[in-house]
Write a new protein. Structure first.
Ligand code: AMP
Length: 227
């Protein structure tokens, strides 16, 4: 099994996940999976799923777990040869996090780490209102909806910090600063994650080697009697 770099880029709406995902894809050649982008594409195409999701998204609430888990599952299947994935805006609930672990485990891989961009609420509201003016994204143009999204994040998504902490995979990153500064912090963490994965692979190889050596020891003992 080839080593894969699978990163959950975590953080509230407006933390800079999309921007930093772009930078990370360019540097590491990973596949970017943003459930928000996939849903917006469905809306633009006018699919059934898009129509259902649109109303929920415009209220600033979360789309159902089954829908987003199904979307991620098919994207993983479409990208079997990928070097790794950046999950952006997914998982957002405990059920999604468990489903993601299961899906990756079935493919013989797992999450390398969660990198969490930390930004305070008032800064988020400010950033999103500016983004909304430029992009016209409906859920970024209304302060009430922005606050609802942050509330959804605090209630349903923030607890995932514990989920990944318990697996030793949670990494906090200061999300306030220039894009370049924050990117540097992310890259430093990824260097650490890569080293950690190399070490685990080496340990596995050594365990394997140990077994082989034991096998040889046994063969040596048996061999003289056979001669
Ligand atoms: P985003 O672009 O990640 O900010 O997502 C925009 C909106 O899409 C969110 O406010 C949710 O309504 C919906 N959405 C995106 N990803 C998810 C997810 N993983 N689970 C539930 N809803 C999601």
């Amino acid at each position: 099994m080839e080593k894969m770099l699978n990163i959950v880029l975590f953080g509230p709406p407006g933390a800079g996940k999309g921007t930093q995902s772009e930078n990370l894809i360019n540097k590491y050649g990973l596949v970017h999976l943003s459930t928000g982008d996939i849903l917006r594409t469905e809306i633009a195409r006018g699919t059934d799923l898009g129509r259902k999701a649109k109303e929920i998204m415009e209220r600033g609430e979360l789309v159902g777990d089954d829908i987003v888990i199904g979307m991620i599952e098919s994207k993983l299947d479409e990208n079997t040869g990928a070097k790794g994935f950046i999950f952006d805006g997914f998982p957002r609930t405990a059920a999604q996090a468990v489903a993601l672990d299961d899906l990756l485990q079935k493919k013989g891989t797992g999450i390398s780490g969660m990198l969490a961009l930390e930004v305070d609420d008032e800064e988020l509201v400010k950033r999103l209102l500016i983004r909304g003016e430029a992009s016209g994204r409906p859920d970024d143009r209304n302060e009430g909806i922005i606050r609802r999204r942050i509330e959804e994040y605090n209630n349903k998504t923030l607890p995932l910090k514990n989920y990944y902490s318990e697996q030793g995979k949670f990494h906090s990153i200061n999300g306030i600063g220039s894009i370049d500064e924050i990117f540097r912090l992310l890259v430093d963490r990824i260097i650490f994650l890569n080293a950690e994965m190399d070490l685990t692979a080496l340990e596995t190889d050594l365990e394997h080697l140990d077994l082989t050596i034991q096998d040889f020891d046994v063969a040596d003992e048996i061999a003289p009697e056979l001669l």
